[in-house]
Every structure is written in structure tokens, then in C-alpha cells.
Write a protein that binds this ligand. Structure first.
Ligand code: FES
Ligand SMILES: [Fe+2]
Length: 373
């Protein structure tokens, strides 16, 4: 990559750019400072395809879900034509955040402040008394110019992405580097087991991503929840698809135990910036929704799927959800301590990265620098 980056970055990259192995990581301020967070919210998130939610949660026409992209309010809507749409979640009258909770809103999205109403295509349909006590119209004001502002949207299976700037690469091209690692997944049999709300984690969103794509920590942090020897892992660095993988010799033998441990072949893959996709052989998938809400806070949910024709019984589903809660808790404790450590001046050098196990992390950090430059 091109290491000449804009000099106006709110980051000191002298260690990050130093040549020779092992490479240094990003300085602490990339995770802790308001200035860098402000930079990410004005560049990295709006310019890319940011993952914002699960399509199955907007099933019926009129279903809505407010989400955030780099702190900006965005609204997901299931239209009357069945299509998923995204809009800036802002009333065009006085810019109130239009929808504040998920649910079904019927055919009209009505603003609670002065009752302006929009249809599911975002068209402004009513502006009561805007022109006076007997007039809904106002000279010089054209409703057709004040509809909700649409946002470019891409849906891949159950996963919804938005591109605020409107000029990111074609959506299919964005997804392709991940899709090509998923041979043998039968998406026609995709079934949702459940969605776990993991709450607000006191950590920068990048730590959750970096932690997911390096296999180095697994044997230490997840000693009781997984049985995946380090030697069998390898990293994946393939364009915008970053992650790690493990091939376990005999998945079939382990299948009966798979609800209790993760001793199966797995793929831990991401698409930059924030899409997280786990594949657990033979037929389980997991997707994390990481919503960055500030430099030191990220909301996380996880959807669990199967891709076979055998729906899990309630007990099996509960056991699976419990396992994943435990695994996430282990990762969250680590990520929260990474956040604490980055507040020290010692973190200016960014630590060092194993060229063997953390080249995926290094590439992720290079994408970050590129995206904010
Ligand atoms: S701010 Fe929405 S109707 Fe006034
Ligand atoms: Fe982990």
C-alpha cells in the first residue's frame, strides 16, 4: 500500500510507519481520542459499506429500525413493495430524529413534533397547518423537495449495509472477497436461531474487529470454551476480507459436541470496516453487528444461523446462545482492557504485531489509515 498519508491526520504514525519486522500497531489515540473518532465518522464510515442490521428483523411492510452509522441517525424501512430501504432518520421540518424505536409503523412515518408524515418511500405526504391555522400548504414550499433523504443500500442474504456517501464500490464487488471463502454454504437453507444482545462494550470498535481476526489469543482467552490448537490456525488476508481460519481433522466426529465447544473447523472472516462473519463447520454461521457509538464504546449483537434442514430444538438453541455469550464475554474483557491500556503514553508506539499471527490485524489497521486519509 501507499504509506504516504495525509499530514493532517490527528495521529502520530512515526512508529506505525517504521519499516522492519515486527511492525508496530496504531498509536493509542486511534482508539481513545475524540479527534480521531470525529475523523472516522466523517470519512471511514460514510465512505464505505457499513454493516447496519439483520433483514429478518424487518419482515413486514412498515417495519422500521433506527440504527447509527458513525453516530449519524439512519432509518431502515421495509417498503410496501417488500424492498429494504434506508433514509437519513431526520424529519425535514426541524430535523428531529424521526424514528426512535424499532417496530411496525404501518404506511406512514409520522413525526411526533408537528405531525409531518412520510410514506414508506420517504415521500412527504402531509404538513398539517404549515401555512397557517387553515392551510396545510405554504407558498414557496414544495413537499416533493422535502422527502426523507435516501441512502444507498445493499442487502446480502440477511445482512444490510449502507453507504452514506453514495460512491463506494459496487455492492457485489464489496461482498465478493468474503463470498469466495464460503464455498459449500447453502444459503437457501439459512435459518435464524436467535439474536443475542451483548449490550454496550466499553471498547473502541476496532478492538472488537482486530480481536476477531487474529487466532493468536484463542488458546489463551478461550481455553475452556474452545478446543482449537494454535498450530492448526492460519490467517486470511484477501483484499477487504480479513480474518483467520482453522481446519480440524475430523469435524464429523466432533459434531455431537458442537453445541458445547467450538472444536470444529471454523472461518473467522470480516469485510472492512465492520462486518463480522463466523462459519463453524458443518453448518453454523454467526454474524456480529458492531455499532460504534463513540471512541470508547461499541454496541454489539450477534445473530446465530444454521444452514441445514434441521431446526434446533429449544434446548440446543439455548445451549448454543449460552456458549456464545461465554465466548463473547471472554473477548469483551480483553477488549475493554485493550482500551484501558491504550490510555497510557506507553501505547503511543502501538505495541508490536506478530508477522505470523497478526498480519491480518496489521492489514486492518492499514485500511483504517487509508480510509481516514
Ligand atoms: S420536526 Fe418533524 S414535524 Fe416538526
Ligand atoms: Fe476471541
Amino acid at each position: 500500500m501507499n504509506h504516504h498519508v495525509a499530514t493532517d491526520l490527528p495521529l502520530d504514525l512515526q512508529y506505525f510507519e517504521r519499516d522492519g519486522l515486527p511492525r508496530h500497531g496504531l498509536p493509542g489515540s486511534a482508539y481513545t481520542s475524540d479527534a480521531f473518532w470525529a475523523r472516522e465518522t466523517s470519512t471511514l464510515f460514510p465512505r464505505g459499506w457499513t454493516f447496519v442490521g439483520f433483514a429478518h428483523e424487518l419482515d413486514r411492510p412498515g417495519d422500521v429500525r433506527p440504527v447509527a452509522v458513525g453516530g449519524r441517525p439512519v432509518l431502515l424501512v421495509r417498503g410496501e413493495d417488500g424492498a429494504l430501504k434506508a433514509f437519513h432518520n431526520v424529519c425535514r421540518h426541524r430535523c428531529l430524529k424521526l424514528v426512535d424505536k424499532p417496530g411496525n409503523r404501518g404506511r406512514l412515518l409520522k413525526c411526533p413534533y408537528h405531525a409531518w408524515a412520510y410514506d414508506l418511500n420517504g415521500r412527504l405526504r402531509s404538513t398539517p397547518y404549515f401555512g397557517g391555522s387553515e392551510h396545510h400548504e405554504q407558498e414557496g414550499f414544495d413537499r416533493s423537495e422535502h422527502g426523507l433523504v435516501p441512502i444507498r443500500t445493499g442487502v446480502w442474504h440477511d445482512w444490510i449495509f449502507v453507504n452514506l456517501s453514495g460512491d463506494a464500490e459496487a455492492f457485489d464487488d464489496f461482498v465478493a472477497p468474503l463470498a469466495r471463502h464460503l464455498d459449500g454454504v447453502d444459503f437457501s437453507k439459512l435459518q435464524v436461531v436467535g439474536v443475542i444482545d451483548l449490550g454496550v462494550i466499553e471498547t473502541n470498535w476496532k478492538f472488537l474487529m482486530e480481536n476477531f481476526i487474529e487466532p493468536y489469543h484463542v488458546q489463551f482467552v478461550h481455553a475452556t470454551t474452545t478446543d482449537q490448537p494454535l498450530t492448526d490456525h492460519y490467517t486470511v488476508v484477501d483484499g477487504r476480507c480479513l480474518g483467520s481460519a482453522i481446519d480440524v481433522a475430523d469435524d464429523h466426529h466432533k459434531k455431537d459436541e458442537s453445541a458445547n465447544t467450538l472444536a470444529v473447523s471454523s472461518r473467522y472472516l470480516t469485510l472492512f470496516p465492520n462486518f463480522v462473519f463466523g462459519r463453524y463447520f458443518p453448518d453454523q454461521l454467526g454474524v456480529h453487528e458492531n455499532t460504534p457509538i463513540g471512541p470508547g464504546q461499541t454496541r454489539q449483537r450477534r445473530a446465530i444461523y444454521t444452514t441445514n434442514d434441521q431446526p434446533l430444538g429449544n434446548d440446543d438453541a439455548d445451549a448454543l446462545m449460552a456458549l456464545w455469550r461465554d465466548v463473547h464475554r471472554e473477548d469483551h474483557e480483553i477488549c475493554e482492557r485493550l482500551q484501558e491500556g491504550r490510555k497510557s503514553d506507553i501505547a503511543d508506539g502501538g505495541g508490536v504485531l506478530s508477522p505470523h499471527w497478526e498480519n491480518s490485524v496489521r492489514r486492518f489497521q492499514e485500511f483504517v489509515v487509508e480510509a481516514v486519509s
